[in-house]
Design a protein around this ligand. Structure first.
Ligand code: LIP
Length: 295
């Protein structure tokens, strides 16, 4: 099989991902306004899924299947649907599920399209991200990137709050860039914690050791939005362990297209073991420090 990345059109994939994310985000916001309840617990009593998570992911899967039936899909709630094109859509229907449950409008639809070099299953260590969208409907912010095309924020009406745009209209667009490398003592670090209590305690202990070296922490509750905050220069760096591919796939592409370095454990690609991002000069300083505190 020829490399799927060579034959795919990132702009076309991004346009489709954007349309699907806008529709999915509108559905999520509508369900939030109607009231949200826990449908089930997953890896722990605090790792919850709502009926909206499942409904939004089903909508996304339906739209992808209709437009690109040969592509694979990897989604948080529905798992893997195999494909034969070598492209995989990596989907988190509602990233920041706990924020969504509590009515905190900081949650996002995250959709990435990645290509596997051998056409096989999507692997964060070997895939090439071609297009990514992170859409926060409650905040009216649509973050996008295509490989080699830079990263952008489209400011839109907040779903269910502001008057909608005219059909087919776009919001105000601006290009994104990471902040210049701050001195370590002035670094604002975004992070998150595991749903597993034991790992959460370990993360808190490691971050406590890190804190005297930094300005401050921000724990905003959605990995995808933490990564696009990095892309937008709203934080200096982001670090988290135990996130899943659907949490970070789109946000890593957007952050990298905004000039960030995003690395994983021991210099590997980002994956569940570690996602660490920031200005390249800052990541070079943070990586050994994060390792030293045993994060
Ligand atoms: C969440 C992430 C968050 C992380 C949580 C969880 P979910 O994803 O966005 O940053 O700290 O442990 O992984 O569960 O809301 O899709």
């Amino acid at each position: 099989m020829t490399d799927p990345a060579a034959s795919a059109d990132p702009a076309e994939l991004l346009a489709l991902a954007r349309d699907i994310a806008l529709e999915a985000g509108a559905l999520a916001a509508l369900r939030r306004a109607e009231g949200v309840e826990v449908a089930a617990a997953k890896s722990s009593p605090v790792d919850i899924v709502t009926a909206a998570d499942r409904e939004v992911e089903q909508l996304i899967r339906t739209r992808i299947g209709a437009a690109r039936p040969d592509d694979a899909i990897l989604g948080e709630e529905g798992g893997t649907a195999a494909g034969r094109s070598g492209l995989t859509w990596v989907v988190d229907p509602i990233d920041g599920t706990v924020n969504f449950l509590y009515g905190i409008p900081h949650y996002a639809v995250s959709i990435a399209v990645v290509s596997s070099p051998d056409g096989g299953p999507a692997d964060a260590q070997t895939w090439t991200a071609l297009a990514g969208v992170v859409y926060s409907p409650g905040e009216g912010e649509l973050f996008t990137a295509q490989r080699g095309g830079g990263a952008h924020l489209e400011v839109r009406p907040r779903e269910g709050v502001d008057a909608p745009l005219a059909p087919g209209a776009s919001g105000l667009m601006r290009e994104l860039a990471v902040r210049p490398a701050a001195p370590l003592g002035q670094v604002l670090l975004a992070t998150g914690f595991s749903y597993d209590a034991e790992l959460r305690a370990h993360q808190a202990s490691a971050l406590t050791a890190l804190m005297p070296h930094l300005r401050d922490l921000r724990r905003m509750g959605a990995a995808a939005l933490d990564l696009v905050a990095l892309a937008a220069g709203r934080v200096d760096a982001y670090v988290e362990r135990q996130t899943n591919a659907w949490d970070f796939a789109a946000g890593v592409l957007i952050a990298r297209e905004a000039g960030a370095a995003v690395v994983g454990h021991d210099g590997a690609e980002p994956d569940t073991r570690l996602v660490l991002g920031g200005h390249p000069d800052l990541v070079a300083q943070l990586a050994p420090l994060v390792a030293d505190v045993g994060y």
